[in-house]
Design a protein around this ligand. Structure first.
Ligand code: AMP
Ligand code: ZN
Ligand code: FE
Ligand code: FE
Length: 282
């Protein structure tokens, strides 16, 4: 049986409602699904209702973007229960940082000749945690780009003309906060770190493991088999649990399916119990 430990709903930059994700997960026969919306847990309540009295385990979580100059470092946090808590209490400030960043990006795009307003971004994003995929969707609708991917490559990615940063947690702080909340922190899609030397990866893991890192994503969509095996081996060598998921975003990531990713992804369900054994009071 398979699981999916990384997914996004309309609570952040996914196109499907939390209940629709649960429906899809049941249809494809997943055992467990983690909802990991960026900087928010607003989708968890609806997902729990939809998963109640089914055989599907809904794992509440979030995904955080961390301070890391060399590349994109994301942390997937699982078994984070909505409500007050060490990490939970920080999410609102992170969302506020997004809103301010989005407004600045709208101004920058307008200066660059692409009229995108803060209102249009808000309309696209709805009530959720709003991000660059929503900005990309507005750019696409207005004909400035033809795909979301193109919007990132030309304008929105780090280093491109419309990119604006936002406040992030440091890796150590985020990992410690997650553990203090009884949750399980996992280093996400490690290829985005921009590390291609084994000793640099080892140095990074030697930094993050003492802070409380539990898992490393190895089962990611878009990875080839040798990459999944390589990251799984790396995780085990450092005493981490190899984790992963589709990083499903609905129409914001065209061609990517819940559970199976680009068609060949199988996240083994045995890792759920292993990861869960680290959840709970620190
Ligand atoms: P933000 O959280 O607003 O900084 O936006 C980051 C999100 O944008 C990521 O979580 C991805 O969902 C998406 N993203 C990042 N890079 C790309 C890309 N090159 N193409 C499409 N989507 C991307
Ligand atoms: Zn996203
Ligand atoms: Fe991510
Ligand atoms: Fe993600």
């Amino acid at each position: 049986m398979a699981v999916d430990l990384h997914s996004h709903s309309t609570a952040s930059d996914g196109s499907e409602k939390p209940a629709a994700l649960i429906e899809q997960a049941l249809e494809i026969g997943l055992n467990a699904l983690a909802l990991t919306d960026h900087d928010t847990q607003d989708g968890v309540a609806d997902a729990k209702v939809a998963a109640a009295s089914t055989d599907l385990e809904l794992i509440p979580g979030t995904e955080l973007s961390l301070e890391y100059d060399a590349g994109g470092m994301h942390l997937v946090v699982l078994w984070l229960e909505p409500g007050p808590g060490a990490l939970q209490d920080r999410l609102q400030a992170l969302r506020l940082g997004r809103d301010q960043r989005n407004e600045t990006m709208a101004q920058r795009l307008t200066e660059l000749g692409m009229a995108v307003s803060a209102e249009e971004i808000l309309e696209e994003g709805g009530s959720g945690s709003i991000g660059r995929p929503h900005i990309a969707a507005v750019m696409m609708r207005k004909g400035y780009v033809t795909t979301i991917e193109e919007a990132f490559e030309l304008w929105l990615s780090s280093g491109r003309p419309a990119y604006i940063g936002r406040p992030r947690l440091s890796p150590e702080e985020a990992i410690q906060l997650a553990r203090a909340s009884g949750a399980v922190p996992i280093l996400a899609h490690p290829h985005t770190l921009g590390i291609n030397r084994a000793h640099e990866m080892a140095d990074l893991l030697h930094r993050l493991i003492p802070a409380g890192l539990v898992g490393l994503e190895a089962f990611c969509a878009g990875y080839r088999r040798h990459e999944r095996e390589g990251y799984a081996d790396l995780a085990r060598r450092f005493g981490l649990v190899p984790a992963g998921g589709s990083d499903y975003h609905g129409s914001y990531k065209p061609g990517l399916s819940l559970g199976s990713g680009y068609g060949d992804l199988v996240v083994p369900d045995a890792i759920v119990d292993e990861l869960r054994s680290h959840a709970g009071a620190p």
